[in-house]
Ligand binder design. Structure first.
Ligand SMILES: C[S@@+](CC[C@H](N)C(=O)[O-])C[C@H]1O[C@@H](n2cnc3c(N)ncnc32)[C@H](O)[C@@H]1O
Length: 702
């Protein structure tokens, strides 16, 4: 499967099978990928030239603008909106809608108002029966398909027949090549992957390394048949992990964590997918235009695109562009935003409705805020919060550019600000700061920058934020009462484990269907011996190698009852209380009068067991102890006696301080603001080493 072909469609793929993965093996044979993409680009160019000839009468108007333009691979100002520079947003501040009107192509754009009846109906709804997945939420998309298919046909006509034939041929060749390779490998009955490949003084031969990875993975799939006598599964896993680290450049810690999420074969496909960029996608801003008009305008500028897939009514996948997508008049006029396809999903799951009161807890740079605002048709109110001031500025830039008028930006730490400052929302989105293991193709730095400490500190912050999110929802909302938790990470610690934690702390929430249909895979219901809530299967996971989108996790929760008003001592940790209750307190009413005391029952009608922390505040000590335990284990693994290194009485407090600091800065999105902090034990180790050195030096002097 070539890169271009993989980018062509983003719909739900067939379940991953071995043949797909073996094709992936082929794709990244040393030096292949670049030439493959070039070939694809050339093919596309050829294809679109042919298209132009075929569709000549239809496209005479388009041809004029296109004839002298040579198609180029999508140039952009940034990979996606999530990665935009603040400067870029600042540049947009001075641009008014009026000023854009004088620019090229605006004749078409000014017609948009007449097209009101054609504006894509991109509204989304909650599932009627929360516990049972709806048939599909995408069926109404089909109404548009006629018009859009014509448009797409004008743009990418000819992609099909000729390409299909080429594709078939390529696939047959690939299959044959793979078969040949497998035969060669299998022929020497049990491949000896442990034979030393290194040549003294030379860097590892990447091709040999790659071959050994594929061999080892194959052996792991049939250890009995292909394994060497005396070698265990652990030996092979150890070897393949070492090779993965060398070949792809991961730390051993992260490679192992990611490897453990999949079968060895699938893990390889995941690591491979992280080496290639995901398709470029733009989201139509339906506050300003509709997808058809936008596509037409961009086609006129030489952009090759098509609808992203049946699952979205507003997404356009861009294959090639003669112009930078972050600088077209349509972009500047706010007709679209560069936004990764998977980041549409949390908003679609939340399904904000017109006139609701919605909170976006961690909103910058605003891809999801502005989508929510569009779904609400600029009615109601979206509170868009972000703890980072520079990022909040970018958020404001996007809100202005996209014409969102129902949005208020706040710059608060959502862990403590909500619901204290504001609460009682109909819906809350928590698109949490995370380690970014789902977006390694965009930020390869994640491969080496995320360590054990991050995987404790970041989930710690995520748990705090999610409790605050739950407490900010009005369970009695007539239209909502929902919240969505999402991350762009694929690790269990940041996803299912966080949700499991809040289910224990807040029996007044339950997991409901995301409404995202079959796209993606169900969340894990167990992992490494840990069992999660059975409904965790209703949460959705998205992977680069399965859906060809950024890795993402989406969980939708419904608040079923009030969060009791916090005890005064709890207030500073995590404030709680529903809007009616807090309003009552503010008005001097006794909370007894106002609080809905209807007991929250289990699904089977029995009373829940509230012992062991239910409705408790966020437990700092519990987490600090968790961190300290992990630190002790880490030291033991290194052969260091933790007792000698860690100062017991101080460690919890230090661990906590360290946690909070890390949580503030150490996110994938804020990597530029990251501070280098050394863990307590590391610092102590260094100090000890320094002292030893000094002693040695003194001895030497004597
Ligand atoms: C994944 S990004 C959000 C992306 C955004 N939802 C979008 O679609 O464009 C996470 C954001 O969380 C913010 N953040 C980190 N800690 C926070 C906190 N304690 N309170 C609020 N926001 C926080 C970061 O500044 C970052 O912008």
């Amino acid at each position: 499967m070539g890169k271009g072909r993989r980018m062509k469609k983003q719909g739900p793929p067939a379940p991953l099978d071995e043949s797909k993965i073996t094709t992936a093996f082929k794709k990244r044979k040393a030096g292949d990928s670049e030439s493959a993409s070039k070939v694809t680009a050339v093919k596309k160019r050829r294809r679109s030239d042919a298209d132009e000839e075929e569709a000549a009468p239809k496209k005479s108007a388009l041809k004029k603008s296109k004839s002298n333009e040579k198609k180029k691979p999508v140039p952009m100002d940034s990979d996606s909106e999530d990665d935009m520079d603040d400067d870029e947003f600042d540049d947009l501040d001075g641009i008014s809608e009026g000023s854009v009107d004088s620019q090229e192509g605006i004749g078409r754009l000014s017609d948009l108002e007449d097209d009101e009846d054609e504006v894509d109906d991109d509204s989304v709804m909650d599932s009627d029966d929360d516990d049972h997945p709806r048939e599909t939420m995408f069926s109404d998309d089909e109404d548009l398909s006629d018009a859009e298919e014509k448009l797409t046909a004008a743009n990418i006509e000819g992609l099909s027949r000729k390409l299909d034939a080429e594709k078939k041929l390529e696939e047959e060749e690939a299959e044959q090549e793979m078969q040949d390779a497998m035969q060669t490998n299998i022929a020497g009955d049990r491949p000896d992957v442990f034979a030393d490949q290194t040549q003294p003084g030379l860097a590892p031969d990447l091709q040999l390394l790659r071959q050994r990875i594929t061999d080892t993975i194959r052996i792991l799939g049939d250890l009995k048949g292909l394994g060497q006598p005396g070698k265990s599964r652990a030996d092979y896993v150890d070897l393949v992990l070492d090779d993965i680290c060398t070949y792809y450049g991961y730390t051993r810690y992260l490679a192992e964590k990611l490897f453990n999420l999949f079968t060895p074969m699938e893990a390889f496909a995941f690591f491979e997918a992280n080496e290639t960029p995901r398709p470029v996608v733009i989201r139509t801003n339906t506050l300003r235009t509709n997808r058809r008009s936008l596509a037409q305008a961009l086609i006129n500028r030489g952009v090759v695109l098509e609808p992203v897939g049946k699952w979205s009514k507003v997404g356009l996948q861009v294959f090639e562009s003669a112009v930078p997508l972050g600088a077209t008049p349509e972009y500047l006029a706010g007709h679209y935003i560069l936004q990764a396809a998977s980041s549409f999903l949390p908003v679609m799951a939340l399904a904000p409705q017109p006139n609701e009161r919605v909170l976006d807890m961690a909103a910058a740079p605003g891809g999801k805020t502005t989508y929510m605002s569009a779904l609400m048709r600029n009615t109601g109110c979206v509170i868009a919060n972000d703890a980072s001031k520079p990022r909040a500025k970018g958020l404001i830039g996007n809100i202005h550019r996209l014409g969102c008028k129902n949005t208020i930006v706040t710059n608060l730490d959502a862990r403590t600000a909500f619901p204290k400052a504001l609460g009682g929302f109909d819906r809350v989105l928590l698109d949490a700061p995370c380690t970014g293991t789902g977006v390694i193709s965009k930020d390869a730095g994640v491969k080496t920058s995320k360590n054990e400490r991050d995987f404790l500190a970041i989930p710690h912050m995520q748990r705090q934020l999610l409790l605050a999110a739950i407490d900010s929802v009005d369970h009695s909302s007539k239209t909502g009462g929902y919240l969505v938790y999402s991350t762009c990470s694929v690790t269990v610690e940041e996803n299912e484990a966080v949700v499991q934690y809040v289910l224990r702390k807040r029996p007044n929430v339950k997991i409901v269907d995301t409404g995202l249909g079959d796209f993606g895979s169900p969340g894990f219901t167990s992992y490494m011996g840990k069992k999660f809530d059975a409904k965790m299967a209703l949460t959705r996971r998205y992977f680069p190698h399965r859906e060809n989108v950024d890795g993402f996790y989406v969980c939708k929760l419904k608040k079923t009852g009030p969060t009791p008003v916090a005890k005064p001592s709890d207030d500073d940790k995590t404030s709680t209380g529903s809007r009616p209750a807090r309003r009552a307190s503010a008005q001097g009413a006794t909370t007894d009068e106002e609080i809905d005391k209807t007991p929250i029952l289990n699904e089977d009608g029995t009373a829940p067991n509230l012992e062991g922390g239910a409705f408790g505040p966020f437990e700092e000590d519990e987490d600090a102890e968790r961190i300290a335990r992990a630190e002790r284990n880490r030291l033991r693994r290194k052969g260091i006696n933790p007792k000698g290194v860690l100062n017991k009485p101080k460690k919890a407090a230090k661990g906590q301080a360290q946690l909070n600091e890390t949580a503030d800065s150490n996110t994938a999105q804020e990597k530029t603001e990251e501070k280098e902090e050394k863990p307590v034990a590391e610092k102590t180790e260094k100090k000890e080493k320094k002292e030893k050195k000094e002693k040695k030096a003194k001895k030497a002097v004597k």
